[in-house]
Design a protein around this ligand. Sequence first.
Ligand SMILES: [Zn+2]
Length: 81
Amino acid sequence: MIERTIRTGDDRVKEKKMYECEFCNAVYPDEEKAQKCEKNHKTLKKCEVSRWLPIDESWTGFPETVKVTFDDGQYAFYKRI
Ligand SMILES: [Zn+2]
């Protein structure tokens, strides 16, 4: 988590302490909420190809879908767009 000080106003400068989630860069005035946001993001543990396409369907060589396993053991499939 990043702690930021933001200055507002011209002649009467006010400082505000803000907290930024290091994963999605959302900024919160509340440190607890920023920590909650960070803990909510799943981090990658493993990524593996789930499906390839024949060259007649895709000449790029990129996989069509991949399976991503996260640090908590849950997984999700992602499809190329
Ligand atoms: Zn976040």
